[in-house]
Write a new protein. Structure first.
Length: 297
């Protein structure tokens, strides 16, 4: 099944507020949130947390897949609003959040969305500030949230250097950020190897070995059953095909990365209208993907 709306996935597991920018709530003995969307979503997440937990102060942890603005944006707001709330992420992500340049970029990209969605937060301070990571997650460690909710941390670099995924063996569920790509409105899978094509492929191959019945994608969709079981292999095939397409365009353009970015942007973003991502972050990401293939990294 392909689920296109927020809400209950299974007992104790919920997609919050907006399926395009979901945060995943696990109502375990230690209630925890997985990923934290863009800044403007903070009040919406808070209301949903209150709805499912009864009291938002019960939330104890936010686990972050990677340090991009659309996965960590509301974490400072939630920490300000929920005393004692802690954040967990990879060591590389913890280092990124300490860098003024990274914080400024997150703020800048977030502001584009804040200006468009002012009605969702009004006069509340949803701004992103330096984010302290309270727990550094290690590849392969198991985290027990109580009540049968345990998950394994899996290092999945490639989309970013700091990426991790979370696998819940009890329900065969995977939260993977963009490590497995992002489907568009037509469910064409767009690979997201911004940091390293080779690492992205290796990470995706690692994920394909998992027994999955639920995949919580970074944006737009939750997959269950057969759709979940077949997705990771399809994503890997899409990754190989996209890299070949970039190589072909580079060859025909004399190696001009800028020309390739413009061509793919027109074909995939402008002409189809199927990609549900704003132009600015899309172009930043696309340029990184073309560079990754051009430099064979």
């Amino acid at each position: 099944m392909i689920i296109r709306k927020a809400g209950k996935i299974v007992d104790g597991l919920y997609a919050l507020a907006d399926i395009d920018l979901p945060a995943w709530l696990v109502a375990a003995e230690t209630p925890s949130l997985f990923d934290a969307g863009i800044t403007f979503m903070g009040p919406s997440y808070l209301r949903e947390i209150r709805r499912y937990l009864g009291d938002e102060s019960r939330l104890r942890w936010v686990f972050i897949t990677h340090a991009h603005f659309d996965h960590s944006g509301t974490a400072p707001y939630l920490k300000r609003r929920i005393p004692g709330l802690k954040v967990a992420a990879s060591g590389l992500a913890a280092d990124i959040f300490k860098k003024p340049t990274a914080v400024n970029l997150i703020r800048s990209l977030s502001r584009d969305y804040e200006e468009q969605h002012k009605a969702l937060f009004g006069d509340e301070n949803v701004s992103f500030d330096a984010l302290e990571v309270d727990r550094v997650l290690a590849d392969g460690e198991t985290v027990d949230l109580g009540g049968g909710w345990t998950f394994r941390v899996i290092a999945t670099p490639g989309h970013t250097r700091d990426g991790v995924s979370f696998y819940f063996p009890g329900i065969k569920a995977l939260i993977c950020g963009e490590a497995a790509g992002v489907p568009d409105r037509n469910f064409k899978i767009h690979p997201e190897f911004l940091a390293s094509y080779r690492d992205y492929v290796a990470s995706l191959e690692k994920l394909t070995a998992l027994d999955v019945e639920i995949i919580m994608l970074s944006h737009h969709y939750v997959l269950t059953g057969q759709d979940a079981r077949g997705y990771l292999k399809k994503s890997l095939e899409s990754t190989f095909a996209f890299a070949e397409r970039i190589r072909g365009y580079l060859a025909s353009s004399g190696g001009s990365q800028e020309s390739v970015v413009k061509r793919i942007f027109k074909e995939d973003h402008q002409d189809t209208g199927a990609i549900q991502q704003a132009e600015r972050p899309y172009l930043i990401n696309l340029a990184a993907k073309v560079k990754a293939v051009a430099e064979n990294r």
